[in-house]
Design a protein around this ligand. Sequence first.
Ligand SMILES: [Zn+2]
Length: 393
Amino acid sequence: MFSKVTLLSLLMGLFLNACKDVNEYRIDPAFDVYVQRFEEEAAKRNQAFHFETDGLIVEFANLKDDQAGLCHFEHPIRIEVDRTYWQKISNTAGADAMKENLIFHEMGHGILGRKHLNDVFENGDWKSMMCGGTKVNNRPWNINYRRQRRIYYIDELFNQSISAPPYTTTQLLQDTTGFVNVMTLSFDSNKKTDTGWNLGDFSTHTMLIDNKRLKCVSKYTTSSALLLTVQNQAVDFRNDFSFEFNIECQSNSASDKYGLTFGINNTTNDTIEYFKIDRQQNMFMGNSGWYGFYTQLRRNELKPSGNNKLKIIRVGASLYYFINNVYAYQTEIELQGSGTNFGFIIPARATIWLDAMKIGLKGNAKLSPQTIDVRNLKFSIKALENSDQLRAN
Ligand SMILES: [Zn+2]
């Protein structure tokens, strides 16, 4: 026989099981800062949320199907974040932005009632951080969620009727003229002042002059950056500069990425900024310290085979990308500090031909082409991770 007390506690237990706490507030400490931030961003826009009293669950899970996050429409809203993915992005330079993007996206579903929106702007940028679901033209979900775009994406999250920011046009809004070439490698002869890189057959690669172009054959099993150190402080990526070359690639896969790069390469923690293309008319821009490229864009100016001319111009905090002399994209530089390393990216076991590599400085820079000491070019290789694609959410 049950005692009165036992019976009472049994009934209490049944009652609690039947009525789950709809106001449960349980946020794993890893997500706390982003939930707080969401509340603050909402408050700035006169949208008041009080998750601590109204309830919200954000917890780790082991998600399937390459998912980064998942929102369950329960009471309270319950968000799951894939543990492996979270740990992976934690070790990257862009971790904070990427984590915020993921949590805000899931809260966009659960708290703001937003559905996926896969529209794109004229320049190819995603229109919303709510991009997701079924892939569009097989484009990866990588989103350039940084700086001015991050500010826009948060605005858009809370207000879908916001107008397109100026940078989303295909028009070049910045004067990028006035650069004078101070270093040119024409690769027309075997002279060091004309080849920059050391020629020869090395354990890592072969470098030679092939019909007035530099030919590099990689023996690496990963994508690599081959950089020259220009021994002149004026040619420094912290200043405004232009950097260009013609590049052709032969490799096993048309989706292999190759292109232009610059940055610091003195320690393994140093990062490089890159502008890569593939042979399917896609461009990718990013920084090696980040998880994956910023975003993938399709550009008709890209030739699927043969030479493409790639050019980057830095003006102030922004980089401007050009493909075969057509303006392609603008975004902010991620590199900090200074450095004089410039070069190219070659896919694993691929062959690259390079021609007409030029570095230019603003015309008013107190520098003439003769002052660049190309004899002291130093050469180094940096192995790159294969660029990861962002996971679905
Ligand atoms: Zn989603």
